[in-house]
Design a protein around this ligand. Structure first.
Ligand code: NAP
Ligand code: ZN
Ligand code: ZN
Length: 360
């Protein structure tokens, strides 16, 4: 296997960066490497705004690397390929998700689960290349150089701005529903109707499950039903937890803020599974709700390259795409504030033309 190709860092690339934890994002010039023999250079068209971008800019998970150029829901056009690139040609419409490389040798990588690379995957931003010293910068920028094996094909027919969020919100919800075996007719609870949650509703519906959204926002009821949910419960009402005890086969929890896991676990039937994908600050957990009905609690992180392509192809076949609000890069700080106020339906997506037009 080839290791990371050392190449001259020469491509000056406009970007938006946070210079320090909690700082506003501002224009910043980064350098992308010239494509090596196995690399493709991608002109970025759209990049989704994930709540993980906010957690990391605010250094809520610790260890954030600054300056930081967030963005891991990237869709763009291939503009240049290295001599040995087999899969891609200039003009191809492609995606890049949450990681741009991994060790390629460990058991997880060999199993196509690069996101769990035992050596450590190279996150698309707020990480390092496999050399462990070159920082990675994400999709709030006009172009990116990526090894061809970490690039996805975007199926024809999905509007590109609506495809971008599939690269994180899409795969993060598709993967656990598949892995833990959601079946047609199962009763699925989707907790939190944001970027991830609205994709979970769409996938649950497409898989034939009976989908119930559990939301702390009463105003999202009509949207939830329009997105494909069969039922909608407002979790601000304590009685909801009693009335729906033991109801669900499967719960996917996408909430970005601390909340009571125990209350949601009690909504599972005997042997039911709750999968956490939201990553808030530490949240208390009791053994009781798990023990009394042999319930399972699991977590899941994005998905591997093979499964991400499978998910994209599924979306192409079934007409699944994110509901988005397209913004300019200059609106990114407001977009973060709006996300924190729960004011997004259901994913902000940056049109990178706004960064190419010359305006700062
Ligand atoms: P988002 O669009 O901001 O949605 C989060 C949703 O959580 C909100 O729409 C809201 O839904 C609910 N929520 C927010 N604050 C709440 C509160 N105080 N109490 C109860 N509910 C609250 O975020 P996202 O982009 O979907 O990301 C969600 C989480 O998943 C984040 O923590 C993110 O870092 C994480 N994530 C994990 C992975 C992974 O691989 N596991 C990948 C991507 C993202 P309602 O209004 O319906 O209640
Ligand atoms: Zn994400
Ligand atoms: Zn590995």
């Amino acid at each position: 296997m080839d290791t990371l190709v050392e190449s001259k860092v020469t491509l000056k690339t406009p970007a938006y960066a946070a210079k320090a934890a909690k700082a506003q994002l501002m224009p910043w010039l980064i350098e992308r490497r010239e494509p090596g023999p196995h690399d493709v250079l991608i002109d970025i068209l759209y990049c989704g705004v994930c709540h993980s971008d906010i957690h990391q800019v605010k250094n809520e998970w610790g260890g954030s690397i600054f300056p930081m150029v967030p963005g891991h829901e990237i869709v763009g056009k291939v503009v240049q390929v290295g001599d040995h690139v087999k899969k891609w040609k200039p003009g191809h419409i492609v995606g890049v998700g949450c990681f741009v490389d991994s060790c390629r040798r460990c058991e997880a990588c060999r199993a196509g689960e690069e996101q769990y690379c035992e050596i450590g995957m190279s996150a698309t931003y707020n990480g390092y290349e496999q050399d462990r010293k070159t920082p990675t910068y994400g999709g709030y920028s006009t172009r990116i150089t990526v090894d061809e094996n970490y690039v996805l094909s975007i199926p024809k027919g999905i509007p590109l701005e609506r495809a971008a969020p599939l690269l994180c919100a899409g795969i993060t919800t598709y993967s656990p529903l598949k892995h833990f075996g959601l079946e047609a007719g199962d009763k699925l609870g989707v907790v939190g109707l944001g970027g991830l949650g609205h994709m979970a509703v769409k996938f649950g519906h497409a898989f034939g499950a009976h989908v119930t959204v559990l939301s702390h926002s009463p105003g999202k009821r009509d949207d939830a039903l329009a997105l494909g949910a069969d039922d909608f419960l407002v979790t601000k009402d304590e009685a909801v937890f009693k009335e729906n005890a033991n109801r669900f086969d499967f719960i996917i929890d996408t909430i970005s803020a601390p909340h009571d896991y125990n209350a949601y676990l009690k909504l599972l039937r005997r042997d039911g599974i709750m999968v956490l994908v939201g990553l808030p600050d530490p949240t208390p957990l009791s053994a009781g709700p798990l023990i009394v009905k042999r319930r399972s609690l699991a977590g899941s992180m994005i998905g591997g390259i093979r499964e991400t392509q499978e998910m994209l192809d599924f979306c192409g076949r079934h007409g699944v795409a994110a509901d988005v609000e397209v913004i300019s890069i200059q609106e990114i700080n407001q977009a973060y504030e709006r996300m924190l106020k729960n004011d997004v339906r259901y994913r902000f997506v940056i049109d990178l033309a706004s960064l190419k037009s010359g305006a700062p």
